[in-house]
Ligand binder design. Structure first.
Ligand code: GDP
Length: 304
């Protein structure tokens, strides 16, 4: 219900555009395919993924000779679900800590402004509600505001935070956080990292160092590297995914601000292009406005 509400904008826009694409047509022809291509691209699905979808529909048209426009919805739905299924969690509704990974170390990356801190705060709140013991690490030491912002979320959620002063070594903060988490027998550690992309070598070095130092405390840390992307920024989100996957091994994605955009298609394109599972989607600024991504609900929100 909340998901539907959060994605209202994406849904109505996609659906409206889709209806326009087939208006006055009984069957799928070149015109419909051209219009559909435009709808997908303008919904930020991305050109490569759009062409993949169009190709498959063309194959269907060639095979079946006749394809009604009312069947097109179902086919699109299946195609989109298919693109998501290879990479996405699917049925799960909440995160569970694997028994052999305690503390579970989640390292969060992404550029400033995408909603990284907010996502960490929302996650801390969810995990705590599940009865998990959480510790936050303020390893974005580049900006004083980043540390203060994370502190606000720590206070708000009642979750302990490990921090040092601005400018201190991020790896040292991460080390302290994990040490503290082990001592407290925490279940989950969430490490915030600096969001600078302008210097790729620095970014890579910094993330590599944080990982290496964390492994002195928890040998197989981090268990998850979560990249946060702003779903309303379209091509920028694609570009950031490209840069971060070059700089480090990204293992999951959170796509934020899907409530404020008519372009939820970015989730489809990014899943397809990068083959990294979307684990969470942000659908608002509030503490509860983060959902574990469920592809069935997501596809339904577009087509129902
Ligand atoms: P950071 O610089 O990446 O840490 O970004 P912040 O977490 O400070 O978020 C930047 C802005 O985006 C803040 O105003 C947040 O409230 C807002 N924000 C974060 N996630 C969402 C979301 O899912 N939906 C909406 N509408 N706003 C969000």
């Amino acid at each position: 219900e909340t998901l539907d509400k959060g994605l209202e904008k994406s849904k109505s826009s996609f659906f409206t555009k889709l209806s326009k694409a087939v208006a006055g047509k009984a069957k799928v022809d070149d015109d419909v395919l051209d219009n559909l291509e435009e709808v997908l691209v303008s919904s930020d699905v991305g050109v490569d993924t759009t062409l993949k979808i169009i190709d498959r529909i063309e194959e269907r048209v060639a095979r079946d000779k006749y394809l009604g426009t009312e069947e097109l919805n179902q086919i699109l739905r299946d195609e989109i679900a298919g693109l998501l299924s290879e990479t996405n969690v699917g049925e799960e509704t909440e995160f569970t800590v694997p028994a052999d990974k305690k503390p579970y170390v989640l390292m969060v990356v992404g550029v400033n402004g995408v909603g990284k801190t907010t996502t960490i705060g929302k996650l801390a709140s969810q995990f705590k509600k599940q009865g998990l013991k959480v510790v936050l690490g303020a390893a974005d030491t580049f900006r004083a505001a980043a540390i203060d912002q994370l502190q606000v979320w720590a206070d708000r959620t009642g979750v302990p935070i490990v921090r040092q002063e601005m400018g201190s070594d991020p790896a040292s903060v991460a080390f302290d956080t994990l040490t503290s988490a082990v001592t407290q027998e925490a279940d989950v550690v969430i490490i915030d990292t600096a969001g600078r992309l302008h210097n790729k070598v620095n970014l890579m070095n910094e993330l590599t160092k944080i990982k290496r130092v964390m492994q002195k405390v928890v040998a197989d840390a981090p268990h998850d590297v979560l990249l946060v992307l702003d779903g309303s920024t379209g091509q920028n989100a694609f570009e950031q995914a490209k840069q971060f996957t070059k700089a480090t091994e990204v293992t999951s994605l959170a796509v934020t601000k899907l409530d404020g955009t008519a372009k939820g298609g970015v989730v489809i394109g990014i899943s397809d292009q990068f083959q990294i599972p979307v684990k969470y989607i942000g659908v608002g600024e509030g503490i509860d406005d983060l959902q574990v991504f469920n592809k069935h609900e997501f596809v339904d929100s577009f087509f129902n």
